[in-house]
Write a protein that binds this ligand. Structure first.
Ligand code: G6P
Length: 374
């Protein structure tokens, strides 16, 4: 299949804009609505023989690098909530550096777009040697990680050419949300929550289409930030990962220093950086952490922070401290799926910043799409 840019100037741009379609493909055939018992459920064929083992595991360990690690981090809270199993995170190289303990009773989940990243692959060998159940989540059928894991799920996002991962990230989160639903089983106590998530998954492509309409707004914002040295992104809860991933995009392609910050750690260092010059994006969409984020905004504002607040549609007045902050309003979805929506404006911002700064969007300096050496 000849992959070309169609009407787009760059692959990254094309891949950002095709997310409504790639997400639809990721979910195709996997969300079951109705049936005999009318219950909505998830069907992940590649896992069905292993779900019992996964449910009995003592711990679930997510392992990945770069954007794939961030996607797993975004899915962690919903997996913990629905499975009740402790979920820990490992950057593949760090697990190997430490030779961290992995047990037979663990389920290890290897997340990799390419399925070929050397560190992730070595971590897989290590987990296999230690007797853990190994699950692969990749975008590449027949890749080394897909072949060498016991079972897995393909994200089916379609080929991703831009070095900076965009559509694979959102599809990975959706697959891991479906994984959480599959592992979580069918307890009556969480039925309403599960159904709300499944409904949320169904409407996600159209909500992503809606958030993509912010393209021009993000280009205007990029024009304002073009000459900056640094950009901070504050997030927490479901959107801690969004802060890390947004900052990673800006760093990777726009070659601007950027740091994702866990808002709960604000007073333990980051606050010292705040002044009237440094731009700060604060993610404050509606979820259980909303009031805490409002308080973070107040505190940053009190230190004259230059704030750009991302909030749910209709919330501009409650987050902009008297209209003094720039606001990005995004459509609201089920809280655990909000990271899929919230990352899109940041992908667009990174894209436009890169083009405006005159850098190569699809082949950033010094980086490779697939890092196959350690
Ligand atoms: C490289 C790429 C990133 C990617 C990371 C992990 O750094 O430039 O976009 O997130 O590798 O790659 P993987 O294929 O394992 O997801």
């Amino acid at each position: 299949e000849q992959i070309n840019k169609g009407n787009y100037e760059h692959y990254m741009q094309k891949e950002i804009h095709e997310q409504p379609e790639s997400l639809t493909t990721t979910m195709r055939g996997r969300l079951i609505q109705g049936g005999l018992c009318k219950a909505k459920r998830v069907l992940l064929g590649g896992l069905k023989d292993h779900l019992r083992t996964i449910r009995r595991s003592r711990r679930i360990v997510f392992i990945g690098c770069g954007t794939s690690y961030n996607a797993a981090l975004a899915a962690r809270p919903i997996l913990e909530e629905l499975s009740g199993i402790p979920v820990t995170m490992e950057v593949a190289s760090d697990l190997l550096d430490r030779q961290g303990p992995i047990y037979r009773e663990d389920t290890t989940v290897f997340v990799s777009q390419s399925g070929e990243t050397a560190d992730t692959l070595h971590a897989l060998e290590y987990a296999l040697e230690n007797g853990a159940l190994c699950v692969g989540i990749t975008n590449t059928v027949g890749s080394a990680i897909a072949r060498n894991t016991h079972c897995g799920v393909h994200i089916n996002a379609g080929a991703e050419i831009g070095v900076a991962s965009t559509k694979a990230y959102t599809s990975q989160i959706v697959v891991m949300a479906m994984l959480a639903l599959a592992i979580g089983g069918d307890a009556i106590s969480s039925q309403a929550r599960r159904e709300a998530i499944i409904d949320g998954l169904f409407e996600l492509p159209s909500k992503v289409r809606e958030v993509l309409k912010l393209d021009q707004e993000m280009k205007d914002l990029a024009k304002l930030l073009i000459a900056e040295q640094s950009l901070l992104v504050f997030g927490r809860g479901y959107n801690y990962a969004t802060a890390l991933e947004g900052a990673l995009k800006v760093k990777e392609v726009a070659l601007m220093h950027s740091e994702g910050i866990l808002a709960g750690e604000m007073k333990h260092g980051p606050l010292a950086l705040v002044d009237e010059n440094l731009p700060i994006v604060v993610i404050a969409t509606r979820d259980a952490c909303f009031s805490k984020q409002q308080s973070v905004i107040q505190q940053l504002h009190a230190r004259k922070g230059r704030l750009i607040v991302m909030c749910s549609k209709g919330d501009a007045a409650s987050v902009s401290v008297g209209g003094s902050c720039r606001v990005i309003e995004v459509p609201q979805v089920e809280d655990c799926l909000q990271p899929v929506i919230n990352v899109v404006p940041l992908q667009l911002l990174a894209y436009h910043l890169t083009v405006l700064r005159g850098y190569n969007v699809d082949q950033p300096r010094n980086l490779a799409k697939s890092v196959t050496t350690q």
